[in-house]
Design a protein around this ligand. Structure first.
Ligand SMILES: *Cc1c(COP(=O)(O)O)cnc(C)c1O
Length: 398
């Protein structure tokens, strides 16, 4: 779905205005939920005209959406500088598949960052391999080694920054520029930062995707994904999504749009709390290392400051006793953190992770042990710190 005017406005204003075209909202504030498979026509000729006009914002049939989905897609496009349009998918993983399948064909070679989200890795080694695409995993922090991989033809590069579980920030503009110089397409999983924290297309990527189940939904009650791109790749994304029959329900689109309106405030609050908690954790004797580019001490902090305009509440830490049982004991002892997947909701979550199980190239000596991933919600940061203090202390008792 293409974006309209409002390009000059600041992100906070775009979050409020995005997609609320008067012809979609009518006299109310939010675009109503158009729950429909069938769109009715006056005459056969009207139906024929609609079928031939496969453009955004045209009624045709439920699979091409209605104003509820168009409004969300348009709001996301307006947030993404350089985007011509956004495609919605029923999950973030479906958006990853939608992006990769729009670009790749049998015989192609894909380079994938070694710290990509594990289901992205599985897609490369499973589905894409069966379709005749070969994948080489690479260390996104080693530009020299990455450059040598272009000795053989490369069709596409898959990036994620900060990396999943270990949160390394990579030099996206440099990686994307090298790809472009070799005629390769750059795709990025921008779920962590969202367009509010990282303008992926302006930094050289061709296609950017995110899981809307995280920050956009924001309330742990919906699954959705999106991919945005400039004109050329937006057309390819849209075509491929239509071929695959991808559609999101209008009810979920309305929920996601509702979440989007407050995403900026939530991200600001969660980033502030995450930094405070990460700094506190850094000073604890039971903690070997905190994995967060928000911290000035983090190796990725300089790049994060250079390229990003925001953060989020998600980061990790490694216990001094690099032992899975100890990590599980800490997580089990937490009272204010739920144990569960996903993140970006209003409530805090904790999870024991084992990054080394999801890497084949990157050396990660100090993150090799099990880590704990925290998704900081909207609770008071001091309450969360007190909870962490008790859980870390409890781990000492036999
Ligand atoms: C959760 C997540 C996804 C997948 O999103 P779903 O909506 O859960 O399918 C993709 N990338 C990252 C980085 C994620 O954290």
């Amino acid at each position: 779905m293409s974006g309209g005017g409002d390009k000059h406005l600041k992100p906070a204003t775009k979050l409020v205005r995005g997609g609320r075209r008067p012809e979609w909202t009518g006299p109310v504030v939010n675009p109503p939920v158009w729950r429909a498979s069938t769109h009715l026509y006056e005459k056969d000729a009207d139906r024929q005209a609609a079928g031939g006009n496969n453009n955004d914002g045209q009624f045709f049939y439920g699979r091409r959406g209605s104003p509820t989905q168009w409004a969300l897609a348009e709001a996301l496009t307006q947030l993404e500088p350089g985007a011509a349009g956004t495609v919605l998918y029923p999950s973030g993983v479906a958006a990853i598949a939608g992006g990769l399948l729009a670009v790749l064909k049998p015989g192609d070679r894909l380079l994938m960052a070694d710290n990509a989200y594990d289901p992205s890795r599985s897609m490369a080694t499973g589905l894409l391999k069966r379709l005749g695409v070969t994948t080489t995993f690479f260390d996104p922090l080693d530009l020299d080694a990455y450059r040598t991989l272009f000795a053989e033809p490369v069709r596409a590069v898959w990036l994620e920054s900060p990396g999943s579980l270990t949160f390394e920030v990579c030099d996206v503009p440099a990686l994307a520029a090298i790809a472009r110089d070799h005629g390769a397409v750059s795709l990025i999983d921008n779920t962590w930062a969202s367009p509010l924290g990282f303008a992926a297309l302006s930094h050289g990527c061709d296609i950017t995707m995110m899981s809307l189940s995280k920050h956009v939904g924001g309330h742990s009650d919906l699954m959705m994904g999106s991919a945005s791109a400039g004109e050329r790749w937006y057309r390819a994304l849209r075509r491929t999504a239509q071929d695959l029959g991808q559609v999101v329900s209008p009810d979920d689109a309305a929920l996601a749009a509702r979440g989007l309106r407050t995403m900026g405030l939530r991200l600001e609050a969660q980033t502030r709390s995450a930094l405070k908690i990460a700094q506190w954790l850094e000073a604890q004797p039971q903690v070997a290392r905190v994995l967060s580019p928000l911290l000035p001490s983090d190796p990725g902090h300089a790049l994060w400051r250079r390229d990003f305009t925001g953060g989020c509440g998600l980061f990790g830490f490694v216990l001094a006793s690099a032992d899975r049982t100890a990590a599980a004991r800490v997580v089990d002892a937490l009272q204010l953190f739920g144990i569960g997947y996903s993140w970006g909701g209003y409530e805090s979550l904790a999870l024991v992770t084992t990054p080394q199980d999801h890497r084949t190239v990157m050396p990660s000596p100090d993150t090799a042990g099990p880590a704990i991933r925290l998704a900081i919600g909207l609770e008071d940061a001091d309450d969360l710190i007190a909870d962490l203090a008790e859980a870390l202390a409890g781990k000492e008792t036999p």
